[in-house]
Design a protein around this ligand. Structure first.
Ligand code: AKG
Length: 280
C-alpha cells in the first residue's frame, strides 16, 4: 500500500486497492460463498425479489460457520491492510457480510452510513467491499467523497422495512437531533460520487461513516457476489443503541461479557493485527 492510498482513505473516506488479493484468496471466497449460499444462516435476509425471479440477498457473521471465510479473515492480508489504512495500534475483526445479486438484478442499495447501525461506535473503522466477480462502473458500490467527516447525525434508512423482520428494525425517535438523510440518488449532481469498475482481487475500503449505496443495475448476463469484512481500530467501543441495530450484536456481545463502552475483543471479535514495537 502506498502513502497516497493511505492519504486517500483518510481524506476521501474510501480507497480502491487494485489487485490487493491474489487469485487463491478470491477462489477461497468463491468456495465460501457457494458453501454459505447452500445453507441458510439465521441472519440471512432477502432484501429484494423482483418480478423476473431475481434476488438480492444479504447475510452476515457467517465466518463462524464457513471455514473459507474464517480462513480469509484470520490469514489473508486484510487485517494488516485495515490496520495500516486506519493508522491503528491494533485492529479487531467485527463481522463479515455478503451481498449477492442474481443476474440482471436492478435493485440498488439505498444510500446510508454503516456505523449508525452497528453495535459499536467510533471513527476508526473500515469496511472492505470485495467483489469476487467483475463489476462494471454502473453496477458498483458508490461513495460520497469526504462524507465520513461531515459530523452530522442523520436518520438512516430502515433496512428492516425491506424484510419486515423484527430483529433488524432501526427506528428513530422523532424528537432526536438527527436530520433527514440527504437524497443523494435524487440529486446526484450535488454530490461528488466515487465508484470504480472492479475486478476480482480488488477491494474498496471505506470508513463506516461514509455515505454509500448503489450497486445493482446489473446487465442481464451479469450477477454480483460481494464479500465484505468490517474492522475496528483504536477509538471504537461497544454501543447499544436505543433506536435498534442492524445486524444487532447485543445478545452475542452480552453473552461474551461485553458491556456498553467496552473495547471489543475476545473470540467473537478477535484482535488480528497489531503494529510492532518499532511502529512498522
Ligand atoms: O453491495 C451492496 O449492495 C451494499 C454494500 C454495503 O452497503 C456495504 O458494504 O456496507
Amino acid at each position: 500500500m502506498t502513502d497516497a492510498e493511505i492519504e486517500a482513505f483518510s481524506a476521501d473516506g474510501v480507497v480502491c486497492l487494485r489487485g490487493a488479493f491474489d487469485a487463491d484468496w478470491v477462489e477461497v471466497l468463491r468456495r465460501g460463498l457457494d458453501r454459505a449460499l447452500s445453507g441458510p444462516s439465521e441472519r440471512r435476509r432477502i432484501w429484494d425479489a423482483d418480478e423476473h425471479g431475481g434476488t438480492t440477498t444479504y447475510d452476515s457473521q457467517c465466518w463462524l460457520h464457513v471455514p473459507e471465510y474464517r480462513d480469509f479473515v484470520e490469514r489473508s492480508p486484510m487485517a494488516e491492510i485495515a490496520g495500516r489504512l486506519l493508522g491503528a495500534t491494533a485492529v479487531n475483526f467485527f463481522f463479515d457480510a455478503v451481498f449477492v445479486r442474481t443476474a440482471g438484478v436492478r435493485f440498488r442499495t439505498p444510500f446510508h452510513q454503516d456505523e449508525p447501525y452497528w453495535s459499536v461506535e467510533g471513527f476508526d473503522t473500515c469496511s472492505a467491499w470485495m467483489p469476487v466477480v467483475p463489476v462494471a462502473r454502473e453496477s458498483t458500490l458508490e461513495f460520497v467523497r469526504g462524507s465520513h467527516r461531515w459530523n452530522q447525525r442523520y436518520r438512516q434508512q430502515n433496512f428492516g422495512a425491506l424484510t419486515d423482520d423484527d430483529r433488524d428494525q432501526v427506528v428513530y425517535d422523532v424528537d432526536d437531533d438527527r436530520v433527514p438523510f440527504p437524497d443523494v440518488e435524487g440529486d446526484r449532481d450535488a454530490y461528488e460520487i466515487l465508484g470504480w469498475a472492479m475486478e476480482p482481487g480488488d477491494v474498496a475500503v471505506f470508513n463506516a461513516r461514509m455515505i454509500h449505496g448503489g450497486s445493482g443495475n446489473l446487465a442481464p448476463d451479469r450477477d454480483l457476489r460481494v464479500f465484505n469484512t468490517q474492522w475496528l481500530g483504536d477509538d471504537v467501543r461497544v454501543a447499544f443503541r436505543p433506536e435498534g441495530m442492524d445486524p444487532d450484536h447485543t445478545g452475542a456481545m452480552v453473552a461474551a461479557g461485553l458491556a456498553h463502552g467496552d473495547r471489543v475483543g475476545g473470540d467473537l471479535y478477535p484482535e488480528l493485527w497489531r503494529r510492532d514495537a518499532a511502529g512498522a
